[in-house]
Design a binder for this molecule. Sequence first.
Ligand code: ZN
Length: 835
Amino acid sequence: MSSNVPSGTAAGGSGVKSKPLSPFKKRGSLQYTASTVEFRGPRRLLTSQHSLPGIPVALKQSIDLRTSMDGKYKEIAEELFSRSLAESEMRSAPYEFPEDSPIEQLEEKRHRLERQISQDVKFEPDILLRAKQEFMKTDSATDLEFMKEQSQAPNQQDRDVVQESEYQRVTISGEEKCGVPFTDLLDAAKCVVKALFIRQKYMGLSLQSFYRTTARYLQELSERPLYLDIYEEEEELAETTETSFTADTTVHPPASDTHPYENRDPASMAPDVGYGCKMVNGVMHVYTSRDVMEKNTELDLPYPDLQEYIADMNVMMALIINGPVKSFCYRRLQYLSSKFQMHILLNEMKELAAQKKVPHRDFYNIRKVDTHIHASSCMNQKHLLRFIKRAMKKYPKEIVHVEKGKGQTLMEVFESMNLTAFDLSVDTLDMHADRNTFHRFDKFNAKYNPIGESILREIFIKTDNYIEGKYFGHIIKEVMADLEESKYQNVELRLSIYGRSRNEWDKLAKWAVRHQVYSNNVRWLVQVPRLFDVYHTKRQLSNFQEMLENIFRPLFEVTINPGSHPELHLFLQHVVGFDSVDDESKPEQHIFNLDSPLPANWTEEDNPPYSYYLYYMYANMTVLNHLRRQRGSHTLVLRPHCGEAGPIHHLVSGFMLSENISHGLLLRKAPVLQYLYYLAQIGIAMSPLSNNSLFLSYHRNPLPEYLSRGLMVSLSTDDPLQFHFTKEPLMEEYSIAAQVWKLSSCDMCELARNSVLMSGFSHKMKSYWLGPDYIREGQESNDIRRTNVPDIRVAYRYETMCEELNLITQAIRTDELETIEEEGALCMGAVQAEK
Ligand SMILES: [Zn+2]
């Protein structure tokens, strides 16, 4: 809708009415038709259709059709003629829109923006003040001071009213709003809602988050109260109000004085509660006594039911291939794309103007989180190279490796390879992904070896080696120092737990604590490679349950008795969740169903399928989370690599079990899933540069499409060591995306805001970075002074989402006779999962 005019002055040809003429009438009359105009608040009858052809002559005369061009026609025409005489090759003809000429386009845009700003200023006189402020900006401290003064000024109230975002909304009216027959809409709506309920169930059960707005709509359809995880929010919200958090608080969370790894004294940790645990059918069970044989002592911690999971999985599989549902979702996605194009067409200038009005804030100083990056490749090649050279100079005599019982110094290692420090270059290091790695994940994995030598990988980028990960710790700390210096960049580094032995967690935690590998800008995710078949062939594991136990038992032990693994207890406080990694395009030999062997019986050569890994990680994490909550510790989330390649059911598992995912490329081929990922606002950490080297060339990457539709996407680097060239790989990623896809500054800031939202940083940190109300719904969740995202964009996303949810839930409510609970078959037609 149009709202750059005060309400009461209808846009369009409302001059017929006795209202005073708005100065912007002309613009309005060019842009709106009656059917698309809708005012917020009470609906208004519009009269603009009277200006259409065929209206009575008498009426026509009363309509003011004068424009600002009147009287200038001649001038303009003459200029046009004269220019056609002296046409230059450089510039496009004046009647053309300068689509191909960037300079002219820029010029045109600048003019439009100037007009927009001058117009806004008329409505918001104090904006002028702020615009001036832009020129005076010095540093953040004075800015904050200024903002404080501003907010204390008496006209605060007025400004709040003005700040309520007014922009041009696109709405569709008519009976069949979605372009499919009502019965199809109903079927599709039921299926979509069913799927959302499934996800909601698994998120609730595991204490992972579920998108608030969608939950609200689902709640309206459900007779039972939905279990939503609000415990943490309430707790932490209370905490933030204690410290009197207001909109003017600085964007930087206060730093703690003490190092988080300092206090290693087990006596200072929470006491042992004396529980015991035992793995049964691949899932850990907890008992109130260490003597786990006593069955009646089992603690009532919820975990998923395998049978139910398989049934839900089958429903989901049937749903994503159901014809009518598929075409419904496809059409909605198309609509969302088109609607966004329209939004941009109508509001681009307003968005840009809003950004320009914010003092101090710009794309460089808003928070960004690299939501998907592996620790072993988080440094760039140049950095690693310099580090190796420095190590050779500094510690040539240090024994770094044991070969056949004999210790080797760093010097000897390089001598054995016939190399000196001088020889080394980025080219000899040869770790960059190149054209040879496309669709060759095996070759890509080999790129982790500097100079193609696995021994160098062992020495420099492993946490568990002869020097106890000393070099790796140092290099990660250098990366951390760079991040802290850049201030606004944060990363969620993946470290590996393989599940080959029980002490992996302790070793990893000791590495972090010993070398003090910690930064406020960094959180850890633990990645579990899906390599059971490899360890099984090497006879390191005899069945899959052993692997699960190696991964999860230490976590249960440390939660029950922190003093039993003091380092792990400290380290775990900065771990936000689990990732599941490996080449997804590897063929899977097995289909996960009720006939699949239980983990203890999984002794075959074959690797369990993706969904099997994910289910058992999820199941154990669920029990662990409930135990951790009881003990007052933070809970963990599942954030697997998912949908980078391979079969589509990976994305189904991801939808059901994980809080957010990395990659999600294959959603582009599955409209039902893509629509569901949209409605559930599941975070997708995308790495187009990585994809470009491995699976999908850059220009075919679906990120811009996802973004336009409103999926919760963020940009991440994956492996800077292999893909990036500069010291700021995340900026490089943003920069390339912006240029290739012509992203606007608003798009970039939205991506950055998404990255913070989907990251595992604490509620408190996010409140500082995004604003104290970031957890609310709609535009009030946004604080443009922190995020640099215009309220208009946030409001557009929110309203669009509500419209979609409304369409679906309304359809179901209209069909009063059935309730959601009753339909078992769910109109699947003949399609039944044959799994
Ligand atoms: Zn990755």
